[in-house]
Write a protein that binds this ligand. Sequence first.
Ligand code: IMP
Length: 192
Amino acid sequence: MIELVFATNNKHKLQEIKAVVGDKFNILSLAEIGCTKDIPETADALEGNASIKSRYVFDNYGKNCFADDTGLEIEALDGKPGVYSARYAGPGHDHQKNMDKVLNELRNQNNRAAQFRTVICLIIDGKEMFFDGIVKGTILTEKHGDKGFGYDPIFQPEGYDVSFAEMDLEAKNKISHRGRAVQKLIEYLKLL
Ligand code: IMP
């Protein structure tokens, strides 16, 4: 089995990747390698933050690793909240406040085009590789649904008439930014 650290302690993300990666890989969380540090995400781009997290693990633990970072990019807001999605309305990481801020900023805006983008940085033997996944859609005028997390209630993916928060997790994962980026990562890992 090939050991690979996923630089996260998010149980949902770990479960998601373990389910699809197959038995060739032993995926370890940060906790499982004894890393308790909250690695600071100080870059101004998703690529930078994903790189900081996986580089931290490789440099300090000598283990092959990957990390992800996601942002909601809204066209009329010049790509904001982007890399600042988690803390758009302040350091509290409050999803409701973040959504309220977006809805308020788009109040009189006809262009509601947006996309979620995930970037994964994989480091194998010190060499970095990036994989991305995008889902395009629109920002609704109000919140719909109570599934999912983050901006899901105000994001409607292209080709659907419901928000992400009204979709089952399985249906969302099939078309989501993270699902698509993970798929590219897995295709690559299968070649190893
Ligand atoms: P992270 O990089 O996965 O931690 O994501 C950063 C932020 O982007 C989260 O705190 C959420 O606000 C938002 N986000 C990421 N993925 C999703 C998603 O699938 N749905 C809604 N919001 C998301």
